[in-house]
Design a protein around this ligand. Structure first.
Ligand code: NAD
Ligand code: UDP
Length: 326
């Protein structure tokens, strides 16, 4: 198969490209390098089945492919809040351009959506049927609402144009190739612990997240992309999407929920660091808890995470130690 991966030079995208190449596919990796890096994909660049395209998804995309993974979008709060207007554009125009391309070339297209569509949830754990509790005018809104509109576009293209869409809602994912300056909690804590700096807990650290190791997530994304009922997708009755080719949305994440302060203690233990915990102001609209209900992924995709948090953290710590030594 011929794949397009937008945001392919980022953290998740680079692992996905690597896996697709390993599985024998052709990959066009499209990226504007806002948060991605050539270093993430340099090991793929010499391979004949891998092609790199520098492009911004706010502009139309023209390329002949069979399937599209749409990942382009800054994902960490400091990066998506750096230019919030652009973040909304990337989500919305990026989705429109991925869908427009899918319609033209009759490609299947998967959207990397997010648990942020649930906002600060009042249903716990979060099921796909939950509509969310999102502030439309806060600092996280450019990302949350951008991703919500992208989901709307995906389902409207499905209903209106019978485009073969897939939506996965990704919960916090971590692993090698996160940027050390990314600002996300796992990379921050590991980098701080390795350098012996204070570990910055925002708020009292009682807020929870559920952390999925990158290899598990990539497996889930590929299973979702591959999943079909056997019928040609254009023959499905998408007025009843949940009965058809399973466009989703489906939660992909690890249901093991950890308070942020406990994550910090784990990182200190696993790194053997002497770092101290310091408590700082909680950012605006920071969700108090987050944990996926993954019954749908289990039922449809026979998927669940395999990598336990301690094992995943060890691999990630090794990666950051190696990069720190270079
Ligand atoms: P990342 O920042 O490492 O990757 C995003 C990639 O998109 C980068 O390579 C960046 O350069 C590229 N990009 C940004 N704007 C672009 C543009 N205008 N045109 C082309 N490329 C552009 O983040 P990630 O963690 O790998 O996230 C990938 C996707 O998964 C994002 O859509 C994100 O919303 C989603 N997601 C990630 C997580 C997570 O925990 N990592 C959770 C939920 C959803
Ligand atoms: N967080 C923290 N210290 C940090 C970075 C993040 O306590 O140095 C907290 C943050 O406030 C949030 C959680 O960790 O409650 C996860 O933050 P992240 O930015 O990784 O992801 P998101 O909030 O988007 O789930």
């Amino acid at each position: 198969m011929n794949f397009l991966v937008t945001g392919g030079a980022g953290f998740i995208g680079s692992h996905l490209c690597e896996r697709l190449i390993k599985d024998g596919h052709e990959v066009v990796c499209l990226d504007n390098f806002f948060t991605g890096a050539k270093n993430n994909i340099v090991h793929l660049m010499g391979q004949p089945r891998f092609e790199l395209l520098r492009h911004d998804v706010t502009e139309p995309i023209l390329v002949e492919v069979d399937w599209i993974f749409n990942l382009a979008c800054p994902a960490s709060p400091i990066h998506y809040q750096y230019n919030p207007v652009k973040t909304t554009k990337v989500s919305v125009l990026g989705a429109l351009h991925a869908l427009g391309l899918a319609k033209r070339v009759r490609a299947r297209v998967l959207q990397a959506s997010t648990s942020e569509v649930y906002g600060d949830p009042d249903m716990h754990p979060q099921k796909e049927e939950y509509w969310g509790n999102v502030n439309p005018i806060g600092r996280r809104s450019c990302y949350d609402e951008g991703k919500r509109v992208a989901e709307t576009l995906f389902f409207d293209y499905l209903r209106q144009n019978k485009v073969d869409v897939k939506v996965v809602r990704i919960f916090n994912t971590y692993g090698p190739r996160m940027r050390p300056d990314d600002g996300r909690v796992v990379s921050n804590f590991i980098v701080q612990a390795i350098r012996g700096e204070d570990i910055t807990i925002y708020g009292d650290g009682a807020q929870t997240r559920s952390f999925c190791y990158i290899d598990d997530l990539v497996e889930g994304m590929i299973r979702m992309m591959d999943y079909e009922t056997g019928e040609h997708p254009r023959q499905h009755d998408y007025t009843k999407p949940h009965l058809s080719g399973f466009p989703g949305p489906v939660n992909l994440g690890n249901p093991f929920e950890v308070p942020v302060v406990e994550l910090a203690r784990k990182v200190i233990r696993l790194t053997g660091s002497a770092s101290k915990l310091v408590f700082e102001r909680l950012p605006e609209d920071d969700p108090r808890k987050r944990c996926p209900d993954i019954s749908k992924a289990r039922e449809f995709l026979h998927w669940e995470p395999k990598v336990a948090i301690d094992e995943g953290l060890r691999k990630t710590i090794d990666y950051f130690r190696d990069s720190n030594d270079k």
